[in-house]
Ligand binder design. Structure first.
Ligand SMILES: C[S@@+](CC[C@H](N)C(=O)[O-])C[C@H]1O[C@@H](n2cnc3c(N)ncnc32)[C@H](O)[C@@H]1O
Length: 226
């Protein structure tokens, strides 16, 4: 005899998995890590093409946080810049921006998009590189690390290397999804306001971190320790 389970005990049917990206783990090989980051942009172009436009980001809480942030100073290093929309918005507002990303696919997208905005006027450049080890020929006056700490293999290496290329007293502006706000197979970790403050306080004596419930984000500004 078949026993019928009441609805609450029934297992939800899983939707077929149409996400072609491999799952990221901390021991992923360097070449697979580059590949999965490339795949993320190919996948996003398919499922959310509007996210590859400047218009999509212009009204976002992230851009609002950056543009109105008194600690965002020229010139800016954007770590994990992805396909460059945010940096194009900043360059159009007069900021000089260097975006770095480990994904050649994303950097190609960023360069192609930047060509459509001649008013960036040479204030913008995108480079392919691993922020955990890359070197720059100059120092920057502020850094943006947006939607990136949850993806990198080693957040401490990122902070240590970014700080090497910042002027003393600079700020790092951070945005991460609030813990469990959304899950993604390419996320390696999740942050709460508390855990983000704890992490940043290893590098800063003066920091602000706030939850934005509407955006499901944590926004933080941290002055680096001199
Ligand atoms: C979710 S995207 C964020 C893009 C953009 N900053 C934004 O806010 O929309 C995370 C980016 O971090 C990049 N990334 C991950 N690890 C990296 C590393 N070690 N060095 C440079 N970029 C890295 C990925 O390729 C990806 O483009």
């Amino acid at each position: 005899m078949k026993i019928r389970l009441p609805g609450i005990f029934k297992r939800k049917k899983r939707r077929p998995d149409d996400d072609p990206r491999m799952r990221v783990t901390k021991d992923i090989s360097p070449s697979d890590f580059v590949l999965v980051n490339d795949q993320s942009y190919i996948y996003r172009e398919k499922v959310l093409p509007q996210a590859s436009t400047v218009e999509f980001w212009e009204q976002s809480g992230l851009v609002n946080f950056l543009i109105n942030n008194p600690y965002l100073k020229n010139d800016v290093l954007d770590v994990g810049c992805g396909s460059g929309e945010i940096d194009i918005i900043l360059a159009r507002k007069g900021f000089v921006v260097t975006g770095i990303d480990i994904s050649p696919y994303a950097v190609n997208m960023a360069n192609a998009l930047a060509e459509k905005y001649p008013d960036c006027n040479g204030r913008l450049r995108f480079v392919v590189g691993d922020i955990e080890s890359v070197t720059f020929e100059k120092r920057f006056s502020s850094a943006i690390i947006s939607h990136t700490f949850e993806h990198v293999i080693n957040p401490d290496k990122v902070m240590e290397n970014v700080i090497r290329f910042l002027e003393p007293g600079s700020h790092i502006l951070v945005a991460v999804p609030n813990k469990k706000a959304w899950r993604d197979r390419t996320h390696l970790r999740y942050y709460t306001e508390r855990s983000m403050k704890k992490f940043l306080s290893r590098y800063s004596d003066s920091l602000i971190a706030e939850v934005d419930n509407h955006e499901r984000m944590i926004f933080a500004s941290a002055k680096i320790r001199s």
